[in-house]
Each structure stands twice: as structure tokens, then as C-alpha cells.
Design a protein around this ligand. Structure first.
Ligand code: FAD
Length: 396
């Protein structure tokens, strides 16, 4: 069988692989971009509800989780959110800003995929989709045996993403290749994913399904003030997805249902001003009625129907403390099926932060989500894909 040689072969034509390919192609490198899927860039297309939250106005290392928090700094500095925005503007793609600096396409995520593919075409990249990688052998040059022929290269880039959304064909391919070459993997778990409950709260949350409200959601180490959404399975919404990256099985989480209020003070003042009013009436001026009714049997079963004047201050203090500090324990997360990302991945201790090249296996590169760098919700994961793809594309 004839073996075709390329300066660089990139496995995975998603966000990071496309960026790496176009960057290397623009440097005049002969690049082959391979993907097992019949459609490249599928995650770009489904992201951000079809509008792709492609980056964030404010990107910094503090938006990323990694066993080595410094690793992402160099790549993020060398290809910033402004560089990606400049590319969008060059292609006339219109975008808008939402809360927390999140940037979305005005029209459709397809515009971004089209832009990356156009840049790849102009840079002379050869792309093969529906290409199954059967085996990788050798080392510099690496030999690839695939369903579309035999290929060889000095620079092999793994851009196959994480484990989330297995229905789109995601698997542990990139992690298996890292292991094949003796590299370590930081333990994997589903990230940016809803919580599930199996205790008394399963039923309570089910009854509240569809209700959304702004809370502060915390573990011991992290806190996010954003919306949560009660669902049939448990809790979802931006605050939950954010916290799930930091949550460990067995951890409790606390929900501050009124993060912008001093509830104890408010209850005492309401007691003075409206002594005949019932506690539930006071609370429903702050929280949805069905939430108040669901919380009543948990936190003030004996005060039900009583006027405020009859409720001792000490009891009002306790109720306020419960609502500011509601502790619940998820039984788990919904897992990779609905997770937006995979936390953990190829250990950054064995990668150059400048080039993304393995420090133990010359010529082998890892980019994007397969690495142990996970962004928070808000466009940070795509920015990591662009930045790490660019970093490797400069060197392959
Ligand atoms: C529903 C959803 C919505 C999201 N929304 C956002 C968002 O709005 N903003 C944001 O920043 N992030 C978002 N993300 C996360 C973001 O999509 C990923 O972090 C990002 O795509 C990772 O880029 P990547 O290049 O590492 O991997 P991917 O983009 O996942 O690309 C990997 C590519 O490798 C290919 N591949 C996998 N295995 C093999 C194999 N064995 N052989 C050959 N090819 C293979 C795949 O087909 C795919 O094309 C979302 C994720 C999901 C699931």
C-alpha cells in the first residue's frame, strides 16, 4: 500500500483541529486533517443553542480548571479572544454580547464552521471525513493505518475532544493514544452537567420542575451567583453547570435562595410593620409561591398559617438561615450523556505549554478538550480550543 507523507496530520476536525490545521497551513505546511465522523465540526454546530458561544470578552486563567492552573496562560496570551473576534470580523460574521461577556453569533453557529473551513481551504489543507483510524505506530515518523489509506508524518496532533455527548461518536480515543505513548491522564469526569438527586429532594425538585431563579450556589471552594433550574431529574441551569466542574461525588452543595437580601432583617421588619400577615405571604413577595410551599414542610412546619407577630424572632432567624444556606447532596451528575465538557485529560505536566507537544514523545501534540484544561461556562472552552490549536499550529 502507498503511504502518503504529510508535514502534519491532525486527528479530529473539531474546533481545535480546524484552528491548528489552518494555522499550520498558513505557514506553508502540508497538512492532513482526519475525522471519523461524516460531518466535521458537529459540536460547533450544536453549541450555544445553535448560535455558538464562541468566546468571552474577559478570558483569563482563572476561568479554567486544571491540575496545573498555569498551563493555559501561554496559549491564551498568544491567541486571544480578540484574535478570534478579528477573524470573525474579517469574514463579516455578526455577533452579540450576552451576560457575563459571553459572545454569540447573531445568525447561526454554521457561520463559524464555514469560516474555519474556508480558512482551511485557502491554506491548502486536505480534509478527510468518515476516516477510521485503525492503528498508529512508529514514532517520528508516525504511521497511520486508516480506512482511507496509509499516512505518515513527523508531527501528529490529537484533537479528538472529550467524552461528552457520546451520541455524536465521542470516545476515549485521544486518551488511549496518550496512554499508548506512555503519557499520564488526569482522572476524567463529566463537567458542565446537571445534578441528580435520589433522596427526598428528587420529588421536591420534580414538583418544582421548570422553575428558575437566581441563587448563589456553592461548594466549600467555589461559588457562582447565576440561575438554577429545577428539573425532573434534579437541578440544572448555569450556576449548576458551573459548579459541577468543581463538585466531587459525596459533596454537599449550598443554595442561597436570596443572595441579594438580608432575609433575617427583612423578616423582623415585616413582623413589625405587618404583624397580622402570615409568614408565607411575606416570603412569597420574595420567592415563587410554589417554592415557598415546597420549603414550608422542611423549614417552618409549625409556623404554617401563623401571623408574623406570633413567630419568635429566634425562629425567624433560623428560617432565614435555612433559606440563605440550604444544604442538599446530589447523588451524582447526569454524566457524559448531557455534559458539555470532560474535566481532566492528558496530564499537562507532560506537555509544553508553548507548543502543546509531548515532552516525552517528540512530534506528538495534544490540543483542545482532550487536555486537562477545562473552561467554565461562557465561551471559555471554545477559546481554549482556538488558543491551543493555534499554539500547536505554529510549531507542527
Ligand atoms: C451541547 C454542547 C454545547 C456546547 N456549547 C459550547 C459553547 O457554547 N461555548 C463553548 O465554549 N463550549 C461549548 N461546548 C464545549 C465545546 O464544544 C468543546 O469544548 C470544544 O468543541 C472542544 O473542541 P475540541 O476540538 O477539543 O473537540 P471537538 O470540537 O469535540 O472535536 C473533536 C473532533 O474529533 C473527532 N473525533 C473524535 N474521535 C475520533 C476518532 N477516534 N477518530 C477521528 N476523529 C475523531 C470528532 O468527530 C470531532 O470532530 C459545548 C459542548 C456541548 C456538548
Amino acid at each position: 500500500m502507498v503511504t502518503h507523507f504529510y508535514d502534519a496530520i491532525i486527528i479530529g476536525a473539531g474546533a481545535s483541529g480546524l484552528m491548528c490545521a489552518l494555522t499550520a497551513g498558513q505557514r506553508g505546511r502540508k497538512v492532513l486533517l482526519l475525522d471519523h465522523s461524516d460531518q466535521i465540526g458537529r459540536k460547533i454546530l450544536i453549541s450555544g443553542g445553535g448560535r455558538c458561544n464562541f468566546t468571552n470578552r474577559n478570558v483569563g486563567p482563572e476561568n479554567y480548571l486544571s491540575a496545573n492552573p498555569h498551563f493555559c496562560k501561554s496559549a491564551l496570551k498568544r491567541f486571544t479572544q480578540w484574535d478570534f473576534i478579528a477573524m470573525m470580523e474579517k469574514h463579516g460574521i455578526r455577533y452579540h454580547e450576552r451576560a457575563h461577556g459571553e459572545l454569540f453569533c447573531n445568525d447561526t453557529a454554521r457561520d463559524i464552521l464555514k469560516m474555519l473551513m474556508t480558512e482551511c481551504d485557502e491554506a491548502g489543507i486536505t480534509t478527510l471525513n468518515s476516516c477510521k483510524i485503525r492503528a498508529i505506530s512508529g514514532e517520528q515518523p508516525f504511521q497511520l493505518n486508516t480506512s482511507k489509506g496509509a499516512f505518515s508524518t513527523e508531527s501528529l496532533v490529537i484533537a479528538t475532544g472529550g467524552l461528552s455527548f457520546p451520541k455524536l461518536g465521542y470516545s476515549g480515543f485521544g486518551h488511549a493514544i496518550a496512554k499508548q505513548f506512555g503519557m499520564a491522564i488526569v482522572p476524567l469526569k463529566a463537567g458542565l452537567v446537571p445534578f441528580m438527586f435520589s433522596d427526598q429532594y428528587k420529588e421536591i425538585f420534580e414538583a418544582l420542575s421548570g422553575l428558575a431563579l437566581e441563587v448563589t450556589l456553592s461548594t466549600e471552594e467555589q461559588s457562582f451567583t447565576e440561575n438554577i433550574l429545577f428539573t425532573h431529574r434534579g437541578l440544572s441551569g448555569p450556576a449548576v453547570l458551573q459548579l459541577s466542574n468543581y463538585w466531587q461525588p459525596g459533596d454537599s452543595i449550598t443554595i442561597n435562595l436570596l443572595p441579594h437580601h438580608d432575609l433575617a432583617r427583612q423578616l423582623l421588619s415585616d413582623k413589625e410593620q405587618h404583624p397580622k400577615r402570615e409568614l408565607n405571604s411575606t416570603l412569597t413577595s420574595l420567592l415563587a409561591k410554589k417554592l415557598v410551599l415546597a420549603l414550608e414542610p422542611l423549614f417552618w412546619p409549625n409556623e404554617s398559617g401563623k401571623p408574623m407577630a406570633e413567630i419568635p424572632d429566634s425562629v425567624l432567624f433560623k428560617i432565614a438561615a435555612h433559606l440563605h444556606n440550604w444544604r442538599v447532596k446530589p447523588s451524582g451528575t447526569e454524566g457524559y450523556r448531557t455534559a458539555e465538557v470532560t474535566v481532566g485529560g492528558v496530564d499537562t505536566q507532560q506537555l509544553s505549554s508553548k507548543t502543546m507537544q509531548s515532552t516525552t514523545q517528540p512530534g506528538l501534540y495534544f490540543i483542545g478538550e482532550v487536555i486537562d484544561v477545562t473552561g467554565q461556562l461562557g465561551g471559555f472552552n471554545f477559546q481554549w480550543a482556538w488558543s491551543s490549536g493555534y499554539a500547536a499550529g505554529q510549531y507542527v
